[in-house]
Design a binder for this molecule. Sequence first.
Ligand code: HEC
Length: 93
Amino acid sequence: MNKLRATIGFSMAGFLLIAVTVAVSTKAVGEALDGAALVKERCTQCHDLMRVERRAGQDRAWWERTVERMEGKRTGLLNDAERNAVLDHLADM
Ligand code: HEC
């Protein structure tokens, strides 16, 4: 019985280790997000891309204010990593 418990315990630990590894590698992939693709996907839900591209050349501070305003219109529009990738792209358009 104790041996069975130990086996189950080790399997659980192994499973947790795999789960954590998968979570960490998914996050690493998330850091290489494509800002342009994200803008195309998330910023065209209410208006077209023209509205965004018309403002090309604005600095990052302007985009931070604007994206914050857009997030106010739709909660959960971007997570932190996505917001960063989007801002990098917008400030560099
Ligand atoms: C929930 C709907 C919605 C989403 C999603 C959305 N927008 Fe908007 N956006 C609006 C509305 C409504 C306006 C016009 C009113 C305003 O400017 O607040 C607007 C206006 C704008 C403008 C014009 C502002 C100006 O002063 O010229 C820009 C630029 C813009 N959005 C960029 C974005 C970007 C970038 C994203 C993605 C991160 C985005 N929007 C996502 C609704 C949205």
